[in-house]
Design a protein around this ligand. Structure first.
Ligand SMILES: Nc1ncnc2c1ncn2[C@@H]1O[C@H](COP(=O)(O)OP(=O)(O)OP(=O)(O)O)[C@@H](O)[C@H]1O
Ligand SMILES: [Mg+2]
Length: 353
């Protein structure tokens, strides 16, 4: 709307000069007619009292017509749009963000009130989408919190039973520990995301060796690739790559990309971590031969709480890529994804050198 508006002249008054000229000319004509009327009445030799009454009636008619015309114009030009705006504002105050005010003039003849109405509609739309995000966020958080809590509750109920074998007891204790861990990761990630969303710059920047950090992150998954019999390949082109950024926050990106790659790759697959520098940018690529993603999933992976593959939804909360994207935005980096269902996925991260 704003870019459209740049090409359109917006009128700064709802009452053009022609209206006032119209009033002036009408009143001049009416006083001319008055003089003609006086001459006619004198010619007809009417009594003075009749002449006074006719003159009074004439001016009453002129004043009445002009007042009525002004009233209709003011109502049409000002009151109706203002009443519509007032009605819409009252609805918004009651929490209804679906309300919109119809534009008054045609697109080419915009005036400041039309612009105000368009801005009002835009503002309402924005408020509505913030409200939807807020409601969605809370319902997602509640859902993600409720699931591990009910798992803990059920396992604790089972533990209360007598005659449980030591193995069974251990099994329930493990379930409780895992659910508690999941809950704790969820809260940590929500807090991290909240903190990062309110920031515009990276807080703790310092110089560090990116290659060393990448290797450290990859080694954390050693048990996973051994357990799942996944072939892990690391192709780190630079021996050392010193960069200035927040090492801890960037580790969240590498950890999540690698954890996703290992999580969504079946036993016997391959995960590759690549690093190289080209044209002043550092490329970090995490590629897997896992289940891949369809177009629909690809579109939403950076949304908070989005989990495309429901078979893995018990692992994680769908916050990893939202966090990764925010960290990279703050670090001057970018992230891109290429994926084919059934074949695998490739995440390409670039950072400034
Ligand atoms: N390598 C991948 N292969 C296939 N699907 C992926 C891959 N990486 C991400 N996805 C899809 O993107 C979704 C979002 O990923 P994200 O990392 O944000 O969440 P998560 O891994 O499910 O949970 P969390 O990261 O919070 O532990 C995943 O649930 C999955 O559907
Ligand atoms: Mg993840």
């Amino acid at each position: 709307m704003n870019s459209d508006r740049a090409n359109i002249a917006v009128k700064s008054s709802r009452f053009p000069h022609s209206v006032f000229w119209g009033y002036f000319i009408t009143l001049c004509l009416m006083s001319g007619l008055h003089t003609g009327l006086l001459l006619l009445m004198q010619k007809l030799d009417l009594s003075e009292i009749v002449q006074v009454h006719i003159t009074l009636l004439y001016w009453a008619f002129v004043a009445g017509s002009l007042t009525l015309y002004t009233r209709v114009q003011v109502r049409k030009t000002y009151e109706i749009p203002m009443l519509k705006l007032a009605e819409a504002t009252a609805k918004i105050a009651d929490g209804d963000f679906s309300v919109r005010v119809e534009p008054m003039s045609e697109h080419e003849k915009l005036d400041y009130l039309d612009v105000m109405i368009a801005d009002f509609n835009k503002m309402t739309e924005e408020l509505g989408s913030i409200e939807t995000l807020r409601v969605d966020f809370f319902s997602n958080v509640s859902h993600e919190i409720k699931t591990p809590i009910s798992v803990i509750k059920n396992a604790a109920e089972m533990l209360k039973k007598h005659n449980l074998s030591t193995e069974k007891q251990q099994e329930y204790i493990d379930i409780i520990t895992n659910a508690a861990k999941r809950l704790s990761t969820l809260i940590t990630n929500i807090l991290r995301l909240n903190k990062l969303e309110n920031r515009t710059i990276m807080p703790h920047t310092g110089e560090f060796d990116l290659c060393d950090r990448l290797v450290q992150s990859a080694l954390m998954f050693e048990t996973v690739w051994e357990e799942k019999n996944i072939e892990f390949e690391a192709e780190i082109a630079d021996e050392r790559k010193m960069i200035t950024a927040d090492a801890e926050l960037l580790s969240l990106v590498w950890n999540n990309l690698l954890s996703n790659a290992f999580k969504f790759t079946e036993n016997g697959g391959t995960v590759t971590l690549r690093e190289y520098t080209d044209n002043g940018r550092i490329y970090i690529i995490v590629e897997d031969t896992g289940c891949g993603m369809n177009e629909q999933t690809k579109k939403h992976i950076f949304d908070k709480f989005y989990q495309g593959d429901t078979s893995h939804s018990t692992e994680g909360n769908g916050l990893g890529l939202a966090l990764a994207l925010r960290v990279l935005q703050l670090s001057g980096g970018m992230i891109d994804v290429e994926s084919t269902p059934g074949k695998g996925t490739k995440f390409i991260v670039t950072l400034p050198e």
